[in-house]
Ligand binder design. Sequence first.
Ligand code: SF4
Ligand code: SF4
Length: 405
Amino acid sequence: MKNLQDFEEEIYKCSRCGLCQSVCPVFKATMNECAVSRGKFNILNGIIKGDLKMTDNVKSYLDLCTGCNACKDFCPSGIDAREIFIAAKQDFYSKNEISFRNKLINSYELFKFSLLWAGLFGKILKIFKITRLIKLLESVFIKTGYLGKRLVLFNSLFCFSVKNRTKFAPKNALKTAIYFDGCFNKYIDNATKTAVVNILANSGITTVNKKFECCGVSYLHDGDIRGFKKLIQKNLQQLDVEYDYLITDCSSCNYVLKKYSQYDDSENSKILSNKVVSALDLMKNLKFTANKKYTVAVHKPCHDDYDFIDVVKNIEGINFVEVDDFDKCCGFSGKFAIQNQDVSRKISTSKVQQYVDSGVDYIITTCPACLLGLNQGLAEIDCQRKPTPINLFVFLAEYCRQSSI
Ligand code: SF4
Ligand code: SF4
């Protein structure tokens, strides 16, 4: 695991060309030079040389970043900004007392408690069909301002349900696949989990459930490595059986679980990192045919390394539209949306406008945080016809028919 000093040469590679400005969503939304990697590298250079101190102020500039790493892809020097910012924030935590506000934001217990209550509240809305009523009156709520828009956003998370129709799980499954269900599936809504389990059962794979905690993505990105390592330990304890795969349906969980072995030396974490697969990897023998000629586009999460776009394009009978910037950040990114609410909303709104203009019915994605980001943007726009953000697996299970290839 590298610390900030180890990145001195990497930071020095920055030629100050400024090309990163053209792709950084936070810079575009704020026009603040400290938001973009060049500006942050200037500050970090000063810290490494001892001219500047790692203060709360510096941390707030480091937090002004969604971690999308678009700047890396565009940087002529190929600097991996995300890794450097994680090391810098880790440096901050090792040198400073954490403020009360940050302690609250970082509290895992509070995070779980909030998700639990949000999930319960959502289920009540769903049971009494209040979700439908709010959806119907969406444009009225949007006009009422901040709270109305937040209600629309919250409501959008509970609009889907998946029929629990797992029927033909194989009797003699050849492979054991442990399912890493992630926070959103566990606490908010299990539509995605049910969809994945249903589809995999049709593919001949039985999934095993365990009591996992959060994968730790926001702790890692925040540089709170102590918090991240605690979650790694808890999750490793759940892997007490032989398994062939650790399945995820979320791009971010997939990305972070593969990183466990970088932050934990145990043999178990190496095994885990090698066995993590996207649920899509296990669905290659299935063909999907859309129930209707839906017009769809995709949003590619920043952490997506599977390239699920081909899966969507290959759905038979689908009308696929490639929207500009489909692979650009949605602006949500966990703690970023809490710490920089206005900037986050601005990025999300500009992102979804392209989907609204394209006239698609659905925006398909593979990350629950991106669903929040897309819905956050849509809650800012009051128009007659809006696309519906939807998880890929829910779309495949509920809007398509499956057959073997
Ligand atoms: S694109 Fe790369 S080299 Fe150019 S200013 Fe940004 S970080 Fe520096
Ligand atoms: S990771 Fe994304 S948000 Fe952060 S500086 Fe790079 S382009 Fe901007």
